[in-house]
Design a protein around this ligand. Structure first.
Ligand SMILES: C[S@@+](CC[C@H](N)C(=O)[O-])C[C@H]1O[C@@H](n2cnc3c(N)ncnc32)[C@H](O)[C@@H]1O
Length: 427
């Protein structure tokens, strides 16, 4: 299939070994009578289900006629239909919905990811399963965590007990698209849903604990989860107290940026390290009004905390010179008189906030929503001032001392401090 149509249909077929492993995670006693794949492609999931449960009735839908013809050859016993898996009438007594739904099918231009088909297929599966019935789906790993899919995850938590969340990494040759396996049981009993132990590679987590994070992050050990809860318990938030200032999008960096002579200095991500901004290597040769996207000039002119956009954890420094920043280095200016840029930079560069960010977000990016969610330590005015002054006076030279002071604010034990430091070294 040409790659454009493959993308449009989200047609990336699952390797047979992965299907075997996925079905192998289901309870051994499972004997599903009605098995359904809402986007069966060439039928690899239905074929494996037929081999495992010879008495099951197998049904498959797909919108691609060619794929269905292949499926008919591979699984002659299956009832196959050329139909939209999200809309076709099916009934609500299915024992097992399995498969690999199209992840980005039908996504056009800037459609938000929440409208992407993976969410639609999870919600549809929930509607079709009988109580006690299961779904076993291969999803984009991002579905478990990114904000755009929150509504789909909430629906899942409302209706199902999640039995397994397994990140699988990149499973399709030649495509960077980390996958995860989701196994969940339609569960009408709310208490059973909350208490459900969810299998993750880091050990089992009660569904209620998992849900408390707002994402379904399967990469946290029980100890790290407890540490995040402790940080949150002593935290304030940045939301509503700062102005976020996005870096300049030039449209064409090659033409708009120069190395020397002319133009205006512009700070890029690589110019920023903890507590330090080096003299920018590049300059903006265009007037600010002519770039593709920029914040207002008066915002760049403010004293502000500049942070790298692409990073595993926050890397921040205060800019006192009102410089422009490129979109690899965004910034925030403090509006709340009780806060201070140097205090915010010290908190962002500290092990607790770095840990919290890396623990919650798999992708190396710092979005505004991530910063707003970070646990800024609650502190008395004098403690805040002390940290701000030290950061201002000695910056990177006082990194460890500042780290200890921020950890003091969270009332962390020596063992917790050691864990945070080692987690930060690893990220
Ligand atoms: C990621 S592939 C997976 C195919 C198969 N389940 C497998 O794992 O090999 C997604 C499939 O979804 C189909 N598809 C896209 N939109 C669909 C829709 N609305 N209803 C049913 N199938 C759809 C595509 O044609 C493609 O075969």
């Amino acid at each position: 299939m040409p790659s454009a149509s493959r993308k449009l249909l989200g047609a990336y077929y699952t390797p047979a070994s992965l299907v075997e492993n996925a079905l192998g995670t289901l309870p051994e006693t499972l004997r599903p009578a009605r098995v359904l794949d809402l986007s069966c492609g060439e039928g690899v999931w239905l074929g494996a289900a037929g081999a495992r449960w010879p008495d099951a009735s197998l049904e498959g839908l797909d919108v691609d006629r060619g794929a269905l013809e292949e499926a008919a050859r591979l699984v002659p016993a299956a009832r196959l239909r050329l139909a939209d898996g999200l809309l076709a009438p099916i009934g609500s007594d299915v024992d097992l919905v399995l498969g690999n739904p199209p992840w980005g099918a039908g996504r056009v231009g800037n459609d938000r990811r929440g409208q992407e088909s993976a969410t639609g297929f999870v919600v549809r599966a929930l509607e079709l399963l009988r109580p006690g019935g299961r779904m076993c789906l291969l999803l984009p790993a991002a579905w478990l965590e990114v904000a755009a899919h929150r509504a789909g995850r909430e629906r899942l938590l409302e209706l199902a007990a999640i039995e397994r969340l397994e990140p699988l990494g990149n499973v399709f040759t030649g495509v960077h698209a980390p996958a995860a396996l989701l196994v969940a049981r339609r569960e009408p009993d709310a208490a059973a849903r909350s208490a459900q132990p969810v299998w993750t590679p880091m050990g089992p987590v009660a569904q209620a604990t998992l849900a408390g994070e707002g994402s379904l992050n399967p990469r946290l050990s029980a100890g790290d989860r407890a540490l995040l809860i402790k940080l949150d318990a002593r935290a304030e938030r940045l939301a509503g107290r700062v102005t976020f200032i996005l870096g300049v999008v030039t449209g064409r960096n090659r033409a708009a940026l120069v190395d020397a002579g002319g133009g205006e200095p512009i700070v890029s991500g690589t110019d920023v390290s903890a507590f330090r901004i080096r003299t920018p290597a590049r300059r903006l040769a265009l007037p600010l009004e002519r770039v593709q996207q920029a914040a207002r000039r008066e915002n760049y002119a403010r004293r502000k905390v500049v942070y790298r956009f692409i990073a595993r954890h926050p890397v921040a420094a205060v800019d006192e010179e009102g410089r422009l920043t490129l979109n690899s280095a965004n910034a925030l200016a403090v509006d709340d008189p009780a806060l201070d840029e140097h205090f915010v930079a010290a908190a962002l560069n500290s092990s607790p906030l770095r840990f919290a960010h890396a623990a919650r977000h798999a992708l190396p990016r710092l979005l505004r929503s991530h910063l707003e969610r970070l646990p800024l330590p609650a502190a008395s005015a004098s403690a805040r001032r002390r940290i701000a002054r030290l950061a201002e006076a000695r910056g990177a030279g006082a990194t460890e001392e500042l780290d200890e002071l921020v950890m003091d604010l969270f009332l962390l034990t020596p063992a917790e401090r050691a864990r945070l430091r080692s987690a930060c070294r690893a990220s």
